[in-house]
Design a binder for this molecule. Sequence first.
Ligand SMILES: Nc1ncnc2c1ncn2[C@@H]1O[C@H](COP(=O)(O)OP(=O)(O)OP(=O)(O)O)[C@@H](O)[C@H]1O
Ligand SMILES: [Mg+2]
Length: 337
Amino acid sequence: MSVPLIEVRRVSKRFVKQLDLAGKIAQRLGSEIRDEVVHAVDKVDLAIKPGEVVGLVGESGCGKSTLGRMIAGILPATEGTVLFEGKETAAMTGAEQRAATLAVQMIFQDPFASLNPRMRVEQIIGEAPLVHGLVGRAGLSNYVDEILLKVGLDPALKRRYPHQFSGGQRQRIGIARALAVKPRFLVCDEAIAALDVSIQAQVLNLFMDLRQELDLTYLFISHDLSVVEHIADRVVIMYLGRVVETAPTEALFADPRHPYTQALLCEVPRLDQRKRDFTPVEGEIPSPLDPPTGCHFHPRCPFVMEQCRTAIPKLEGTGHERRMACHLGARAGAQSS
Ligand SMILES: Nc1ncnc2c1ncn2[C@@H]1O[C@H](COP(=O)(O)OP(=O)(O)OP(=O)(O)O)[C@@H](O)[C@H]1O
Ligand SMILES: [Mg+2]
């Protein structure tokens, strides 16, 4: 078996929301009030093989971006380990760490917000490779041209500023900036969500062409299930900071097994048939400040059993590269074996 390109083991992220002044005064006066802690990501295990495209799906606030940012190395984990090519990033030498940081790049939803409005496109794309010594000053102009061509932009436009481009073109600039440091792995966080539907398909195709051309591996975070179904080899479903199910894409869409996945994929007839967005799952998403005990999904689960209220289900293999964290599955598995 090949070593995963990226792996996280038992990785968690907790954000502490400090008390406001009133809260602090109440605390001084003997109230039991404490800082609020959000368990944005809770002991997640995930390994992504070289060349794989993994889709990461779940309702808003379930921790997708937080997990993506930890994987991309731009947010430190509270607990757990992140490995690049089998090596713990925290245990790497400075040079190794820099190489790993460059190898994993992140593409964001809003290209405009992530591009410096005062920099010309050639600077935006050329800055990092120059700083990191991937190209010298003499070769920089050609280097930038090549990358612009790769992402489908005319090199003649490289002296322009971001505001002089359309949304789709700006996202291409963001992709070019990421590609400029020769990454192996891209974390795309809702990378096409802000674009017009007609443009979305073009940028998606670009991602897939680049995958072939540059041997890229992807973690693709998306709200749009049709996008994930279209491009991902494997899907990971998150709920309130935990992974509840992962399976090869075709198997997951044909036969969703976790009750949350089933609810998520349950299709309602829509006027716009192309878009398979989330079906609102019944019941409210519980607050990550005070998640339910046991299985986080139990208050909304139609199949809830007694043990679901108290015991956290483990993410366990259910055969054919599928894993699921559900007491129901464990029981079904035990019956069939
Ligand atoms: N910097 C932060 N400080 C405090 N809480 C945060 C911070 N970033 C995220 N959170 C909280 O962590 C949880 C997970 O957030 P995250 O942005 O990872 O979710 P998401 O799945 O990406 O949601 P969306 O689909 O809306 O992008 C949320 O409850 C969010 O409010
Ligand atoms: Mg997000």
